[in-house]
Design a binder for this molecule. Structure first.
Ligand code: GAP
Length: 542
């Protein structure tokens, strides 16, 4: 690919996550369940560290406002299951749909906006065909959320575009990538990988080859599919008792807006924040944990005066972008993208808009995909709940002697998706070290922050190491490891992303110093054993 950095291998990242106990497929011994994941011992530590960093930086110690003022954000933990009327008022029962297409032959299903086509652009012998509708008929299709991901699939499965192989890919027009091709005789050609237009799928699904069999005539036109998981409360499984698992944590924040106003002495502008599980019956869960059916969100609703909303919208975009950078995501891999009018959520229509903070995941490389959305939700939700629940949700602004419904700016981040971005960013191949790879986590987030080793299991080394370990573990996630060679122990810690290893050796017994081995450059230095806790504290940041 003609981009500055090559994509990391998603297969290798997934394998490392399994091998080192970060993430396992849910129900694995029963063959798994698509779209669900379990977080292993290191995964849950990493996820909790990211969760705690967000809570600390948003609720306990939020940033100063645009004029240097102290911001007020309070926390909440609302129920996953709420009165079903909530989801009618919020628009999720009527509007939280994805268009889905079925393959009538294989009974497989995919999202209409996730179909990417490949056609030959300029080749000596095979011009592309055009449908009656005027669209170019693809030679083949793949299910992928964007053309970059489709290119990656076509590189991995060249039989789909046989006899061609992709040599190079460059961005073309919006939603298109132009690829240079070669066949086994060395003949060159060009192809285009493009997002299949919705209109094409709606009017001529029979002309489009299936992504599963390449047969034409197998696809249905797109149909709406509601993403909420249904469930029933109580003993009677009838419509009267039907409700939903929440598809976003946000509604709990709106439902408690009045409780917070009545109990917490907050004044507009203020925020309410929560972290928790959300559930969406995604049509195509994919890309490891990126799009799951059960996931976690970190959301904050910022209630402000309507006329101040544009200022806060801008403020939260910059804050959230710099927050992700502060955790080690690189500038190059982050971007902010404005939503087009046709992709705005039901609550953001007519508002000042929505932007996504996007990350360059290996499976979207060289493109980007959403990590966090920031929406100006206007007064949509409070107004809807006021109407449906028949409860006044106006705010009385004492300063201006005025009643109004506040506008809301919402930074909505994915916790589990954030974990994936952190792992992808941290994953660093290094052929020169025994592990061949290490995870360069920010020390604040690393699932193991320090490891303590006796160089060998003799003299007083194990005891001294044990003492240091007992001291550090009170404050930091620390491992003690006595087994195998020191090289193998470093390799294990490199793959786990442990930033610092402290080794007790013969010299320790003489002068009470230890070696500190730095994960990123493998350098070693000696510091006093009494300085170790301070050394770690200085490097945790946050
Ligand atoms: N309350 C607004 C809201 O829910 P969203 O853009 O649909 O907005 C916010 O979701 C964030 O939640 C996304 O940016 C993403 O990080 C995460 N997210 C959404 N759907 C997800 C899924 N199926 N799997 C993992 N994370 C998801």
């Amino acid at each position: 690919m003609s981009t500055p950095t090559a994509a990391k291998s998603m297969d290798e990242i997934v394998a490392l996550c399994k091998r080192r106990g970060f993430i396992f497929p849910a129900s694995e011994i029963y063959g798994g369940i698509n779209g669900f994941w379990d977080y292993g011992p290191l995964g849950v530590e990493l996820k909790n560290n990211l969760r705690d960093a967000w809570w600390h930086d948003m609720v306990r110690c939020p940033p100063a406002g645009p004029d240097g003022e102290q911001l007020e954000i309070v926390g909440l933990d609302s129920a996953i299951i709420q009165n079903p009327k909530v989801w009618e008022a919020s628009g999720h029962v009527g509007g939280f749909n994805d268009p889905m297409v079925d393959d009538k032959e294989t009974k497989q299903r995919f999202r209409a906006d996730h179909l990417q086509g490949f056609f030959l652009d300029v080749t000596p012998d095979k011009p592309s065909k055009t449908a009656a509708s005027g669209h170019t008929i693809p030679l083949c299709t793949v299910v992928a959320s964007n053309p970059s991901e489709a290119v990656a699939i076509l590189i991995e499965q060249p039989k789909l575009i046989k006899p061609w192989r992709i040599q190079k890919a460059v961005p073309h027009r919006k939603d298109q990538i132009r690829v240079a091709l070669k066949d086994q005789d060395g003949t060159s050609g060009f192809g285009i990988v493009f997002a299949i237009e919705r209109e094409f799928l709606e009017h001529a699904p029979n002309e489009i080859p299936s992504p599963f069999t390449a047969n034409t005539g197998a696809l249905t036109p797109p149909r709406q599919f509601n993403l909420m998981f249904e469930t029933w409360y109580g003993a009677i499984k009838s419509d009267e008792y039907k409700t939903y698992l929440r598809p976003e944590t946000a509604q709990g924040l709106f439902l408690n807006y009045k409780n917070i106003l009545d109990t917490m002495r907050v004044k507009v502008p203020f925020g309410i924040a929560q972290i928790g599980k959300a559930f969406r019956n995604e049509v195509n869960p994919r890309n490891f944990i990126y799009r799951s059916r059960e996931f976690e969100q970190m959301e904050m609703e910022w209630f402000c005066r309507p006329e101040d909303a544009p200022k806060w919208f801008e403020f939260w975009q910059q804050q959230r972008l710099s927050w992700w950078k502060s955790l080690g995501l690189s500038d190059d891999n982050l971007t902010i993208r404005q939503h087009d009018e046709d992709e705005l959520s039901h609550y953001a229509q007519g508002g000042a808009g929505t932007v996504d903070i996007e990350y360059r995941f290996p499976f979207t490389h060289p493109g980007f995909a959403e990590l966090e959305g920031i929406a100006h939700r206007t007064d949509f939700d409070l107004k809807a709940h006021q109407e449906h629940a028949r409860v006044k949700l106006e705010y009385f602004d004492q300063e201006r002697n005025k009643r109004y419904i506040p506008h809301v700016v919402e930074p909505a981040a994915g916790l589990t998706r954030g974990v994936l971005a952190l792992i992808c960013e941290a994953y660093t191949p290094d052929p020169d070290r025994p592990s061949k790879v290490f995870l360069r986590f920010h020390p604040r987030l690393a699932p193991i922050q320090a490891a303590v080793f006796p160089l060998v299991a003799k003299n007083d080394m194990p005891q001294q190491a044990e003492n240091l370990y007992q001291q550090l573990r009170k404050k930091y996630a620390t491992r003690f490891d006595i087994k195998q060679s020191i090289g193998k122990r470093y390799a294990r810690m490199d793959e786990s992303g442990t930033p610092f290893c402290f080794t007790i050796d013969g010299q320790t017994l003489a002068d009470q110093t230890v070696t500190v081995r730095d994960r990123d450059d493998c350098s070693q230095q000696r510091i006093g054993i009494a300085q170790v806790a301070g050394f770690l504290a200085d490097r945790m940041g946050g």
